[in-house]
Write a protein that binds this ligand. Structure first.
Ligand code: AMP
Length: 416
């Protein structure tokens, strides 16, 4: 099947060609026509499946049919600023030459530019709930002409406690409208939200529970204290072009990025303590290749769409199987292959069981030589110089060992 069967407007078709979209992904294949037909829709789709285009393309098509009023007709709600920005960029790409205006609204930056943009007239708003309500309260945003509402990553939205805000926003919309909800998982809270929201919806699923199959998943058993050495050894010895390294805490993300930088890697971090401007700078630097390694907390697992990330490294185990899926979904985008490497410690037993279930098979563990060098590292005190001197020698040793170690990749159950 190709995109031609949807009869998109000439400008949208040209954009599809320009961005190399030849055939729809499964979720697009199932969702685009019902959305074009004005149906309500529930999309069970994880990130990386092409779900953004599944709603953006038909929304743009529907808007392009009538002369634009530049009043807000489509409202897309997203849980994070990064995701909102990403959807906005996506809309920009596909609406070139259409007489449509869009704007993105989120907190952490000044209201003024957003209010001015709204005043000039927009057709599509992509917003995080808090700032949107804030602007509605100020009378700066009029939602009375909205005919399509999209809730993207609804499960994440509810996780973040946005349910009351979403209910308030819905009250500001006309009763007759099209509703589209996308969610990677379907906890009961999401189920009850959509029961009250969607009317006779079409349900489309894109294998939402399983991590993407194009990704290879490898696990390393490691002591907490060995994680830095293991990471360094992977970054120097594996073919890592670009990587996102996930940590549990904001502090760790920052300090690990600084440590990697000192070791000569082009690394930066993105975490919730940074201002929006700094977050954007880090993300842009990573997208444009100024940095090869982005150390991130889970906030970055959502909404980062960077082409060609070769590795996802879970320096710290994620808290849930869903979070694992979201993190690893940053690689293997649109059917490319990617590698997910996860460090496991003795404390991660419960998560290992959940991951085994989510992946549907035994976890593949890889031996590594860090354990061999730990003893010498311990002797070498903690200065950065001693650290690098000590680690360089074992690295050379490791290279000789590596091919045999690679062959020693063993798949076995953790036995829990
Ligand atoms: P998403 O799941 O919407 O974040 O999309 C994941 C990635 O797949 C993005 O980089 C999209 O640009 C890309 N993509 C989405 N649909 C297609 C398609 N039909 N053909 C090629 N690339 C696509």
């Amino acid at each position: 099947m190709s995109f031609t069967s949807f009869n998109f407007n000439r400008h949208i078709s040209e954009a599809l060609k320009r961005y190399g979209y030849v055939s729809p992904t499964p979720i697009q294949h199932k969702a685009i026509q019902p959305v074009l037909d004005g149906r309500d829709l529930l999309g069970l789709a994880q990130t990386g499946t092409g779900k953004t285009a599944a709603f953006v393309l038909p929304i743009l098509q529907r808007l392009s049919v009538n002369p634009s009023s530049h009043s807000i007709q489509s409202l897309i709600i997203a849980p994070t600023r990064e995701l909102a920005e990403q959807i906005h960029t996506y809309i920009g790409k596909f609406s070139t030459n259409l007489d449509l205006h869009s704007c993105v609204i989120y907190g952490g930056v000044s209201k003024e530019a957003q209010v001015n943009k709204l005043r000039r007239g927009v057709d599509v708003v992509i917003a995080c709930p808090g700032r949107l309500l804030d602007l509605a309260h100020d009378g700066a945003v009029n939602l009375s002409a909205v005919h399509t509402l999209v809730l993207d990553e609804a499960d994440q939205m509810l996780d973040r406690g946005f349910l009351p805000d979403i209910k308030r926003i819905i009250k500001l919309l006309p009763a007759r409208r099209q509703n589209l909800v996308f969610s990677a998982t379907m906890p009961t809270e999401v189920r009850s939200l959509i029961n009250g929201l969607l009317v006779n919806p079409v349900e489309v699923t894109a294998d939402h529970t399983k991590p993407l199959t194009k990704i290879s998943h490898t696990f390393y058993r490691v002591d907490k204290q060995q994680k830095n050495q293991l990471l360094r050894s992977i970054l120097t010895e594996e073919k890592v072009d670009t990587a996102i390294v996930f940590t549990k805490t904001k502090y760790k993300a920052r300090s690990l990025a600084q440590r990697l930088e000192k070791q000569g890697f082009k690394a930066t971090s993105i975490q919730g303590n940074l201002s929006q401007q700094k977050r954007q700078q880090a993300l842009d630097g990573f997208k444009k290749g100024r940095y090869d390694i982005l150390v991130a907390t889970d906030i970055a697992a959502r909404g980062i769409d960077v082409a060609g990330i070769s590795h996802i490294i879970n320096y710290d185990m994620p808290g849930t199987a869903e979070a694992y899926t979201h993190r690893t979904g940053r690689t293997g985008r649109a059917n490319q292959s990617g590698e997910a490497l996860t460090f496991t410690t003795v404390e991660d037993g419960k998560m290992i069981v959940s991951l085994k279930r989510a992946l549907g098979k035994a976890l593949v563990y890889k031996d590594h030589a860090v354990a061999d060098i730990t003893a010498s590292l311990h002797k070498a005190h903690d200065t950065e110089k001693n650290y690098s001197d000590t680690i360089r020698k074992p690295h050379r040793k490791m290279r000789g060992k590596r091919s045999s170690q690679r062959n020693r990749m063993a798949a076995f159950d953790f036995g829990l």
